[in-house]
Design a binder for this molecule. Structure first.
Ligand code: HAM
Length: 442
């Protein structure tokens, strides 16, 4: 009789995932690269709370964005306050910049983050309800050279992760608030007698933030957009000059880009520079990251007028690309040694030995259960360790230990005090997992 396979009673919620050890190797590696490159460029890390007052996102990301309209995890707390799990990082960082008076810090303030975010998106490939981004913001100065530096940093990180060749950098300028006002009037005019071709989303966009209609995925609208007025024709000389300088800075840094006049980004806070890294084969569908300038946001959120620029990338999408490209990250979790023992006395001797091995940077697992040596050796095989240390009654009596090479099957007996030294030699100093928390200063 075939046994029916029972589904476990509890599963993850749709659109969210456990990160199992194998995938953590990728997350850890990406975090390491991001921390390293950000630190080199003078950024300091910030973590804002997982939830904020809903208005923080409504006001910043904007009422016309899909994020605010459809994708926020919003709930009331016990006192009836409306709170939202953060769907993106910029709003919280800006709130924090204002709340902590960071305008009094040396400017610009450069901050980076690596965090989980939450969007009630339709789960599909590369689109989850809990996902992770790394991102960074430069707040307090406006200069095309800063935008170029953010782009350079993003490109550098993708290069370090071995996937930069898979993307094209798309850039555009959406001009200043005044430019956009003029343009909004023109595009509304253009769509005046064409509204019947628009779906509900696009009608809403046209009403609330006409620029966003350029980002429509509706085929009819996409065709109409091709003959719509072009934003570039509504830019002031100053905005044009800014964009020109950005392109020159990118050229100076040897960064290839494609100009894309339809790129407007899905969040309302942008002004001037916008950019995205697109998958060469899938285009906008699977952007790995995006960002831009948001000069009006800090004032909109209650601070002094302060220019700013930033970027964020999706870590799940990056990992999917790394796997597709067969990019392997350094393995840091593999064990070096398994310590097997037999008898109460042997077990006691093993405890300080395990501690010593670990302290010396040897990744060690101790089988301190009661199984027979043979069972323990089988276990060592399953953990794929290169070496096993065996201590039985004889070894305890003689003050020795056996070191077994698990691949070849040979073994040798060494004095108990020299086990660590022998193992270190076998695995090589360069492979030791030594750790120093850094010097503490009191
Ligand atoms: P965003 O374009 O909304 O920008 O998100 C950045 C990246 O996060 C996307 O390109 C994508 O890789 C990833 N992402 C977004 N939603 C999902 C999802 N549902 N599942 C998986 N990955 C996702 C921002 O969030 C802005 N805050 C970026 C920024 C920083 N602009 C200025 N500073």
């Amino acid at each position: 009789m075939s046994e029916e396979i029972q589904k476990p009673p509890y599963q993850t919620v749709k659109g969210v995932h456990d990160i199992l050890p194998k995938d953590h190797e990728y997350y850890t590696f990406i975090k390491k690269v991001v921390r390293h490159r950000c630190r080199q460029a003078g950024f300091r890390r910030i973590t804002t709370p997982v939830f904020e007052f809903t208005d923080v996102f409504k006001r910043s990301v904007g009422d016309s964005s899909d994020i605010v309209n459809k994708e926020m995890y919003t709930f009331e707390d016990k006192k009836g306050r409306s709170l939202t799990l953060k769907p993106e990082g910029t709003a919280g960082v800006v709130r924090s910049y204002i709340q902590h008076g960071m305008s009094n810090w040396p400017q610009p303030v450069e901050l980076y983050y690596i965090e989980p975010f939450f969007r009630y998106d339709k789960p599909q490939k590369g689109r989850y309800r809990q996902f992770h981004q790394f991102g960074y913001e430069i707040i307090g100065e406006s200069d095309p050279a800063l935008d170029a530096q953010i782009i350079y940093l993003s490109n550098k990180i993708l290069e370090d992760l071995g996937i930069d060749q898979l993307f094209t950098l798309q850039i555009n300028t959406i001009g200043s608030a005044e430019d956009r006002e003029r343009y909004a009037a023109a595009i509304k005019d253009y769509y005046y007698d064409k509204e019947r071709y628009l779906d509900e989303d696009d009608k809403r966009r046209l009403e609330n933030n006409p620029l966003r209609i350029l980002d429509s995925k509706n085929e009819d609208t996409m065709i109409l957009n091709q003959s719509a007025p072009k934003l570039i024709d509504y830019l002031s000389e100053e905005s044009k000059q800014y964009y020109q300088e950005l392109k020159e800075c990118l050229e100076e840094l040897d960064i290839e880009y494609q100009e894309n006049s339809l790129l407007v980004r899905g969040l309302d806070y942008y002004s001037m520079t916008v950019f995205e890294f697109w998958d060469k084969t899938e285009g906008a569908q699977n952007a790995i990251g995006g960002g831009g300038r948001y000069d009006g946001l800090i004032e909109l959120m209650g601070g002094q007028p302060t220019p700013a620029c930033g970027f964020a990338a999706g870590m799940e999408r990056i990992i999917a690309h790394m796997k597709r490209e067969k990019v392997r990250v350094p393995q840091k979790d593999d064990l070096h040694v398994f310590v097997a023992q037999l008898g109460v006395e042997a077990k006691k001797k093993c405890l300080p030995l395990i501690v010593e091995l670990r302290d010396k940077g040897i990744r060690t697992m101790g089988a301190l259960g009661k199984g027979a040596i043979k069972t323990q050796l089988k276990l060592a095989d399953k953990f794929k360790v290169p070496y096993t240390v065996l201590i039985g009654l004889t070894e305890v009596r003689e003050g020795t230990a056996i070191i077994r090479d698990m691949k070849v099957g040979t073994q040798k007996t060494v004095p108990f005090d020299e086990v660590a030294e022998n193992i270190m030699e076998l695995i090589g100093e360069e492979n030791l997992d030594t750790y120093s928390p850094g010097e503490l200063v009191y």
